[in-house]
Structure formats: structure tokens, C-alpha cells
Design a protein around this ligand. Structure first.
Ligand SMILES: [Zn+2]
Length: 138
């Protein structure tokens, strides 16, 4: 079955309101026609990479986006001080937090690339300052 209307990408990010403005600006730059599907879940990729019902739910969202809108890129965005991971205080410092979130992004990208081998996966990390850091493998 082919999609009747298509979009450029599908985005997964955390529900955290503190990043809405920066994220909106970034996504508008990345997708100037705002033609992307949007999935929001507390913790971003956290539930996706943790086996269980929530992972299956998120996988179904990607499946549905894929089936209905045939996106050519998946964009994953994790952020600093994510409450779903216990916030920044759960880590020894920023580098430890970034390193951990890189691992989460890598796990999610691997999982999604296995399921959708023809779709590129881009991963990003947003700091509280608004700085957006592209991660390896983009
Ligand atoms: Zn969060």
C-alpha cells in the first residue's frame, strides 16, 4: 500500500515544555514546510528502548506514520535534565549525562533502522541553553 499524502519526516521527542520553542525552531528549519509527523513521549526514546507495552505503543506510532505518510527520515531528540531519567542530578556531570543519552539515542536508532532499513535516522541532544547538538551517526 502506498501513502496518499507523504511527509518528510517523523519526529520523536520528550513531552517537556521547556524545549518547545527551541525544538519548534529547529524542526521548522529542518522541515521548512512543517511536513513531519510528531510523536511525544515522556523521556523521548526511553520507552522505545525499554522492552514492554510502551515500546510496542511507540513502535506502532512509527509504523502508522510509515504506512500513512512514508517519511524519509526519522528524527530523535533527547534533552538535558530529562525528568524521566531523574534529571541532570542523576548523573555525575554534563559529560556523563550526554554520554548516557548518546547511548539511548544509539539504541533507538539501531532498533528503528532494523525496522525501517530505508529510512535515515538523525539523532540530536538539546541543552537547557537551547544549544542543539547533533550526535554521531547522523
Ligand atoms: Zn524529558
Amino acid at each position: 500500500m502506498s501513502a496518499i499524502h507523504t511527509c518528510q519526516g517523523v519526529v520523536l521527542h520528550c513531552i517537556d515544555f521547556r524545549f518547545r520553542k527551541q525544538l519548534g525552531e529547529f524542526l521548522h528549519k529542518r522541515f521548512p514546510d512543517d511536513d513531519y509527523d510528531l510523536i511525544a513521549d515522556a523521556g523521548g526514546v526511553k520507552s522505545l528502548v525499554t522492552e514492554g507495552e510502551d515500546s510496542a505503543f511507540l513502535t506502532r506510532q512509527f509504523d502508522t506514520s510509515h504506512r500513512l505518510h512514508d517519511p524519509s527520515v526519522i528524527v530523535l531528540v533527547q534533552h538535558e535534565d530529562c525528568g524521566a531519567y531523574g534529571g541532570s542530578v542523576a548523573f555525575e556531570g554534563f559529560e556523563a549525562e550526554l554520554h548516557f543519552q548518546e547511548g539511548e539515542l544509539r539504541k533507538a536508532a539501531t532498533l528503528l533502522q532494523e525496522r525501517f532499513p530505508k529510512i535515515a535516522v538523525e539523532s540530536y541532544f538539546i541543552r537547557l541553553s537551547g544549544e542543539l547538538i547533533p550526535r554521531k551517526g547522523n
